[in-house]
Design a protein around this ligand. Structure first.
Ligand code: DGJ
Length: 736
């Protein structure tokens, strides 16, 4: 069992890490250690500072009661590393918990009230989360904290995934009192670290430029990221990492925090006056309040913490392993997924059945498995200004309906997939005319449009039921085995016509609960359908979505060079198989760049591979290249998706990028090397491989040349940047 309890001290142990906290003075949860494995902590006095300090509030047993009673000052709470700090007494740093009670007071004092340990992991009611399967080395610790005065209980849950060096945390609040409580700050996790010599890494960007890596040294005060947009967003990803100043790709301490949630969030590090660093991550307290009636429960989203003692590379491999196998679900979790072609960049809204079938035929001839029909097949949608919500086929474009087209695609020997944007409604739609109050709005306030559309109010059960029925009716009507679930704007005027005033600030989270309910219902009802998430590209690329949809369209930017940055950044947390990646036309529609067909293929191949262009416009030579790419991808996708990723060169640090994948059995090694710009008389790039067997020999497939594993790792390969926008792929086989 990975969880030990010794003298009121809790030891959570993964393969390479210990997470330790203790009960102090029979009441307070004090954090002791997160990092490399240690046996026992010994005397607490040597780990935390228990001396009172001038200038700080006296806490713990120190109080002066209103009745004149006096207790002795023992410790200052603000000096202690706290496990789950609440607002109101001596710790004046940002709290993990803050609430308002019936009489208007905002003071909470959680005291330790017991614990439970069990094998496996409970599901989180209504929320996506990691899970355990029978036989997994996974166990859970639950700690009860209680506020005696109000009867509010916080159940802190810690699930230890031993193999993945991961701990999944969340909190469940149970109102055991007589009165309603308004929850205001409910972090999923808080970790107090000693010292401020850390770097903070996050993944930021914008539409078509998502998840670029940003790494900065911490300084005193707040630093962090958030989303108040109603989606995890293009701008920030619900992930931060704290790393030692000397940490790099292959060495040093790295702590990754990844929130399994798709809506408003906050993730921050706060360096205090004693240079201690508090990390908090969870639901955004901004514009959030939740009225918890007596007897009710509230569940926070889950945060997954991964500790790596060997740099960012190991952290990422741990996240990949966990998310690929114990977050993603369904028939497509482990199965090889189809190579698809999507018509969006080939036709945009301007298509008919003939055009789509021509794309499909050409695609079939080069080995594509699945034809995806994107936006524009329903209502009267010739532009993005109408018809969202009216999920009825446009017979002007598709006279034989979706079923007619789907059946013809199936007759070609391909699968058929369809685009939806189920959460949206166009002002010019039958749905909006029939139900104007179904959109997110606030009475007497104007409506802001984004991409000329509004968002349906998924906090309402009737709206959720409509979406389920409308999507299900189409899926039932035709042989559809893939759905692209898009979402193209952020939220404004957040509020619901159905919520009472005291529940309005619950809106953003209630929307997410509604969305998760809809997705759970549809993915359960259509297990044969592969769902791909999308939000104007990667505007909702997060672990919450992956629980329902095992792949997500990574970005609307399909340019091979920009994708180097986006996919490299995304790989910090997310495995290759989750990243939708397509070869598109040149000049590229987003940036006008012309990258070689080889580079475009080699970039897309390190994700979930597909095409998004009119193949009829390619030369015979290019079509031959496409045929070869699909064969190559199918041959190696298992290694790319399920093997171990080593990032050898970062595009953020130079003019090239190198990625290496080692198969699970260690017998095949793939090396992808990309050049952005060529240089005259270029320097030699020495690429040293990782994760090989130093005692084995490896054969380079293209030449039959033999290399020792030690030579490839310690000496490396000499490569040169020869041409703009070019790439090379090397395959090594371990000699048996
Ligand atoms: C945004 C998506 O990211 C694109 O791939 C495409 O599906 C369009 N929406 C369609 O409107």
């Amino acid at each position: 069992m990975a969880i030990r309890v010794e003298e009121s001290t809790f030891y959570l142990e993964t393969k390479a890490s210990s997470y330790i906290f203790t009960v102090y003075d029979e009441k307070y949860l004090v954090h002791l250690h997160y990092g490399k494995r240690i046996g026992t902590v010994g005397q607490m006095e040597r780990i935390v500072d228990l001396d009172p300090r001038p200038g700080f509030m006296a806490d713990n047993a120190a109080y002066f009661g209103m009745d004149g009673s006096r207790a002795e000052q023992v410790v200052c709470a603000e000096v202690l590393p706290q496990e789950y700090p609440c607002y109101g007494h001596g710790d004046l740093r940002s709290p993990a918990f803050h609430a308002q009670y019936k009489d208007g007071n905002r003071i909470t004092e959680f005291h330790y009230a017991g614990y439970r340990v069990f094998e496996g992991k409970k599901a989180l009611k209504g929320l996506p989360a990691t899970y355990a399967e029978p036989g997994d080395r996974v166990s859970t610790l639950e700690i009860d904290l209680k506020d005696e005065l109000t009867g509010l209980c916080a159940v802190l849950s810690y699930t230890v995934f031993e193999e993945q060096d991961a701990i999944a945390r969340s909190v469940r609040f149970e109102n055991g009192g007589k009165d309603a409580i308004t929850l205001q700050t409910v972090m999923s996790a808080n970790v107090d670290f000693y010292g401020k010599d850390w770097d903070l890494t996050h993944l930021d960007g914008s539409w078509a430029r998502e998840r670029h890596i940003h790494k900065n040294p911490l300084t005193n005060g707040y630093q962090g990221i958030d989303s108040k947009r109603g989606a995890s967003s293009h701008v920030h990803n619900p992930f931060i990492a704290l790393s030692g100043r000397d940490a790099g790709e292959e060495h040093g301490d790295v702590y990754g925090f990844s929130l399994v949630y798709s809506g408003n969030f906050i993730a921050e590090a706060d360096v205090d006056q004693l240079d201690m660093t508090r990390v908090r991550i969870g639901l955004h307290p901004f514009d959030f309040a939740w009225k918890l009636d007596a007897g009710d429960e509230f569940q926070t989203p889950e945060v997954v913490m991964v500790y790596s003692d060997a740099g960012f590379g190991k952290m990422s491999r741990r996240f990949h392993d966990l998310y690929r196998t114990r977050l993603c679900r369904g028939a497509y979790r482990d199965a090889p997924r189809p190579v698809l072609i999507n018509n969006w960049e080939a036709t945009y809204f301007n298509f008919n059945e003939e055009k789509i079938l021509n794309i499909a035929k050409k695609a079939k001839s080069v080995g594509v498995d699945l034809m995806v029909l994107d936006d524009g097949w329903f209502g009267k949608r010739d532009l993005d200004d109408c018809s969202l919500g009216d999920w009825v086929v446009d017979r002007r474009k598709l006279p034989d309906g979706i079923d007619g087209l789907a059946n013809k695609v199936v007759e070609l020997g391909m699968q058929f997939g369809l685009w939806f944007e189920p959460e949206m409604v166009s002002p010019d739609s039958d749905l909006f005319r029939a139900h104007p109050d179904w959109c997110i709005h606030v009475a007497n306030r104007r409506l802001s449009l984004g991409r000329r559309q509004l968002i349906l109010d998924l906090s309402r059960q009737d709206v959720c039921a409509y979406i389920i029925d409308a999507v299900a009716a189409v899926l039932d009507s035709a042989p559809i085995t893939y759905v692209k679930w898009d979402m193209n704007r952020n939220m404004t005027e957040m509020g619901s016509a159905l919520l009472a005033p005291e529940h309005q600030a619950e809106f953003a989270h209630r929307y997410m609960l509604g969305l998760y309910y809809v997705m759970e219902t549809l993915t359960t009802r259509f297990p044969q359908v592969l769902f791909e998430g999308c939000s104007g590209g990667g505007g909702r690329f997060d672990p919450g979505m992956l629980y329902y949809m095992p792949q997500i369209w990574t970005s609307d930017d399909s340019d091979a060079v920009e994708r180097l940055f986006i996919q490299y950044g995304t790989s910090m947390v997310y495995p290759a198989g989750t990243m939708g990646a397509h070869v598109s036309a040149v000049p590229n529609h987003q940036v006008g760049r012309t990258a070689s067909i080889k580079m475009r293929g080699d970039v897309a191949m390190t994700g979930q591979f597909g095409y998004e262009l009119d193949l009829a416009l390619l030369s015979d030579e290019e079509l031959e290249a496409v045929r070869g790419q699909i064969q190559q991808y199918k041959k190696y996708r298992d290694i790319i998706h399920n093997g171990a990723l080593y990032r050898l060169r970062s595009p953020f640090e130079g003019n090239n990028m190198a990625l290496e994948y080692v198969s699970q059995d260690g017998n095949t090694v793939l090396l992808f090397y990309y050049t952005v710009l060529a240089k005259p008389n270029p320097a030699v790039e020495r690429i040293q491989l990782r994760g090989l067997d130093t005692n084995a020999n490896y054969i380079l497939e293209e030449s039959g040349a033999q290399f020792g594993g030690d030579r490839l790792m310690h000496l490396g390969l000499n490569l040169k940047d020869k041409e703009d926008f070019s790439s090379r792929v090397f395959v090594f086989k371990k000699k048996q």
